[in-house]
Design a protein around this ligand. Structure first.
Ligand code: AMP
Length: 113
């Protein structure tokens, strides 16, 4: 069981930002920017983006469409923010439960590929 599943189940506390039937957003415990949130789907079957199938469109679409609302709650919607998914080992993904980082609250510098 991942740490995110434990957070969903309430076994580990989190600093919650937003929750609904499908998703949960909370502050990252080890922030990499002034504002750093993590958004996760509540179902646990998607470890990585390549696990996503057409049946997951509604879930992932819901998550994506809720990010602006979460950013507004965080007060970073006007100045902008970065959304990141670490996907797999080379990206440094630690938690095998698909998730999206929201980073902002300060200028982040240009991302170079
Ligand atoms: P990733 O490296 O993309 O898998 O991201 C996992 C993120 O989860 C990291 O940024 C961690 O700091 C964060 N994290 C791990 N445990 C917790 C926790 N208990 N509460 C909040 N964030 C956590």
């Amino acid at each position: 069981m991942t740490v995110f599943k434990k957070i969903i189940d309430g076994e580990i506390p989190c600093n919650k930002i937003y929750e609904d039937e499908y998703i949960l957003a909370f502050h990252d415990i080890n922030p990499h920017a002034k504002v750093h949130a993590v958004v996760i789907p509540k179902p646990t079957h998607l470890k990585r983006i390549q696990d996503a199938q057409l049946k997951d469109v509604e879930l992932l679409g819901h998550l994506m469409c809720k990010i602006p609302e979460i950013a507004k709650i965080l007060g970073i919607d006007k100045d902008g923010y970065r959304i990141i998914t670490n996907n797999g080992d080379h990206a440094g993904q630690e938690v095998p439960h698909i998730h999206f980082h929201i980073l902002g609250g300060e200028p982040l510098g240009k991302l170079r590929g």
